[in-house]
Design a protein around this ligand. Structure first.
Ligand code: E4P
Length: 218
């Protein structure tokens, strides 16, 4: 399973990359706003800075919601770097735009996906990635992980090449369950990636090993 980090914060991206397990980055307009990135030039410079840190797969989201606007903006984003994946919302003009980007060899990530029907449309349009938001479904008492399983099943039935990118991940159990189900990618905050390191028996076991070593060598 690929690990993407879900942030626009350069320090967090560097920290995850330094761990050696990072395969990409997802951003969205809210995450960019959180970092105070506004205005076309700053946005482009920020995406360039992200692309300089990681090896591939930087999702950059369009703001336009009409076909021409999505195409124009997506092409501008794709021109920044080959690592850019154009993130397009799951709306009618978004699906049409994904189809066009795909025919022109521009990679896409279909975002704001909350049903298997939406995921089926994204795959048929040729999206490189589909992003079901599991945490936001859980927030309204729907089973986000169940959706990941449904999409996996449908894509496997027909051999769709679209990768299932589990998004809106809140904790390590989400991540682990996504791996069990067979999501191709999980995008999550830095904390969730780092929390995978933790187990109390690792801590107590290491403390005992070091104490025994010290006793034997003193
Ligand atoms: C995905 O690409 C989104 O940026 C993200 O996972 C949304 O997560 P949230 O529900 O925590 O905002």
């Amino acid at each position: 399973m690929k690990f993407f980090i879900d942030t626009a914060n350069l320090n967090e991206i560097k920290e995850a990359y330094d761990l050696g397990v990072l395969d990409g980055v997802t951003t969205n307009p809210s995450l960019m706003a959180k970092e105070g990135i506004a205005g076309k030039e700053k946005v482009i410079a920020h995406y360039k800075a992200i692309c300089d840190i990681v090896d591939n797969n930087v999702s950059a989201e369009v703001i336009a919601t009409d076909f021409e606007g999505i195409i124009r903006e997506g092409k501008d984003l794709a021109r920044i770097d080959d690592k850019i994946v154009v993130k397009v919302p799951m709306i009618k003009d978004g699906i049409k735009a994904i189809k066009k980007f795909t025919s022109e060899g521009i990679r896409t990530n279909c975002t704001l996906v909350f049903s298997s029907g939406q995921a089926l449309l994204a795959a048929k349009a040729g999206a490189s990635y589909v992003s079901p938001f599991i945490g936001r479904l859980d927030d309204i008492s729907q089973d986000g992980l169940e959706l990941i399983g449904q999409i996996r099943h449908i894509y496997d039935n027909y051999g769709y090449g679209t990768e299932v990118l589990a998004a809106s991940i809140r904790h390590t159990m989400h991540l682990i369950k996504c791996a069990e189900i067979g999501a191709d990618v999980a995008t999550c905050p830095l904390k969730v990636i780092m929390d995978l390191l933790n187990h109390p028996l690792t801590d107590s076991g290491l403390a005992k090993f070091l104490a025994d070593h010290k006793k034997a060598n003193s």
